[in-house]
Write a protein that binds this ligand. Structure first.
Ligand SMILES: Nc1ncnc2c1ncn2[C@@H]1O[C@H](COP(=O)(O)OP(=O)(O)OP(=O)(O)O)[C@@H](O)[C@H]1O
Ligand SMILES: [Mg+2]
Length: 474
């Protein structure tokens, strides 16, 4: 059931129940009040009359008795009956029911010894008594020799009942009006409440169809507004994620296409020139081999990034010596550096151990040193340092090469970003190294920063918590 109907139903139930309760209480109270009023007046009169008629009844002065009762019945505005101790009617001011037995709860009560009794009766159609509703007031007639009989006064209370039902009808009308007003209010209120929800649902439907640019209108206040704002923030993120994924795919395809194209060209040369000199042929084949290496390198990097994106990469954590790992990387890169007459100067604090993944830490160190060597001139040395301050290890790689402008520094950790595209492609770079490094550093709860001046050189600093946990988070 839609929220709107639910709210209206709840409103209706609350109002209905409270009204029914209040109305019952009120009508009961009113009827009780009216009835009590009536009984009080009647009982006093009937009691007094019973004493008056007692001697007349006892001495069987029927004329005087009938006279007294008739005039009293006119005065009181009802019917007066005198019953003997067998509840047989001896006298009726309407002169109709003489000799019949009157079986009312009140007469029975008097016969069983009560001095007075009252009651209210709804009479069936065609009853010998008058009216639809009657109030009955009975009093025992006590003579000198004890109980002589019963004086019964029957008054038509239709008027009283009519005013009661009028009260009921009026209450019902008020209920109808209040309920209608409440339903209108509930309808309006629920409309206000559900409108933004409906708008949000439409937005979500559009988004599900693939349009990530749609946003929910931020209206209203409180939780609904909050919901729309949060939803929009989520949509924003999804859109930017989608954008960067598309960009990633197109960049990756582009990067893969370049070595493929050059491989195809080289291969075609070999195929269509069968009489090519064998040295040239082997040079071509070597180039192809080089391109395959490049392709493999790119694909490995891409796979690694995707695994990190999907949180599939788990670190193989153990207590490792960061000092040893860095020395290993230096030894690995030294031969290539020597070929370009570059030196790797090192200032490594001994026995720095951290909780980390040996291979990944080595990959961080190698990538940074590889960049430092790659983006420096021949003969230019680089320096590598490792130190400990507090609960953190600081690993820095400094070069005196091309440097990076402040604008480019903001982007170098993005995938496929290269400052000088032509140049880094020459050096074999894809622009994935630093984004992998940053992800690996993050996995180790560390941080990486760059400090660089174009033409002067750069320093990349990696800060790692010694206990393998984020040093700031406690
Ligand atoms: N030490 C450095 N000095 C100057 N520029 C650098 C340095 N390190 C990185 N850069 C710039 O940042 C870019 C991104 O570096 P990154 O290591 O991500 O990619 P790459 O070295 O080009 O390729 P690869 O994926 O093979 O590492 C480089 O292309 C280069 O322009
Ligand atoms: Mg690199």
């Amino acid at each position: 059931m839609p929220i709107r109907w639910q709210i209206m139903l709840v409103f209706l139930i609350i109002i209905g129940v409270s009204f029914a309760f209040a109305a019952t209480r009120l009508t009961n109270y009113v009827s009780e009040y009216l009835y009590q009023q009536r009984i009080r007046q009647d009982s006093i009169s009937v009691e007094r009359l019973a004493t008056t008629v007692a001697p007349l009844f006892q001495s069987a002065q029927s004329d005087a008795l009938s006279e007294t009762l008739k005039s009293s019945s006119n005065e009181l505005g009802g019917r007066l009956l005198v019953l003997d101790n067998d509840a047989k009617i001896q006298f009726d001011s309407f002169s109709a029911l003489m000799g019949t037995r009157l079986q009312l709860p009140e007469t029975l009560a008097i016969l069983s010894g009560q001095p007075q009794a009252y009651g209210l009766h709804a009479l069936q159609e065609g009853n010998a008594l008058t009216g639809n509703y009657v109030a009955c007031c009975a009093s025992s007639i006590i003579g000198t020799k004890g109980n002589l009989g019963i004086l019964v006064f029957i008054a038509d209370v239709d008027e009283m009942m009519a005013s009661l039902s009028l009260v009921r009808r009026e209450l019902l009308i008020v209920f109808g009006l209040v309920a209608a007003a409440a339903l209108l209010a509930a309808g309006f209120f629920s409309h206000l409440l559900t409108r933004p929800v409906l708008a949000l649902t439409r937005t979500i439907q559009n988004m599900a169809r693939g349009d990530l640019s749609v946003r929910a209108p931020v209206t209203g206040s409180g939780e609904i507004r909050n919901l729309a704002e949060n939803y929009n923030a989520m949509a924003e993120q999804l859109e930017s994620l989608d954008r960067s994924r598309n960009q990633f795919v197109s960049n990756a395809s582009h990067e893969l296409k370049t070595p493929m194209t050059s491989m195809k060209l080289l291969l075609e040369n070999v195929i269509y020139q069968p009489d090519m000199p064998s040295e040239l042929r082997s040079e071509f084949l070597q180039d192809i081999n080089h391109e395959i290496d490049r392709l493999t390198h790119i694909v490995t990097d891409l796979l690694e990034l995707t695994r990190m994106d999907n949180h599939q990469m788990k670190l193989d954590l153990s207590e490792v010596s960061l000092s040893d790992i860095i020395m290993e990387s230096i030894r690995m890169l030294a031969p290539a550096a020597e070929q370009r007459s570059q030196q790797i100067l090192s200032d490594i604090a001994p026995n720095v151990t951290i909780l980390g993944d040996h291979d990944k830490l080595k990959q961080i160190a190698t990538n940074l040193m590889d960049n430092a060597l790659k983006y420096s001139q021949e003969n230019q040395s680089i320096s590598v340092s490792l130190s400990v301050k507090g609960k953190k290890a600081y690993f820095a790689v400094t070069d005196h090469g091309v440097g990076i402008s402040a604008d480019d520094q903001k982007h170098i950790f993005e995938r496929f970003y290269r400052v000088d595209k032509a140049r880094s492609r020459e050096t074999g770079g894809t622009g994935l190294g630093l984004s992998i490094v940053r992800q690996l550093v993050n996995l180790h709860h560390g941080e990486i920063t760059v400090d660089s001046m174009p033409g002067q050189g750069s320093t990349f600093t990696v800060t790692l918590p010694l206990n393998g946990k984020d040093g700031d988070a406690r």
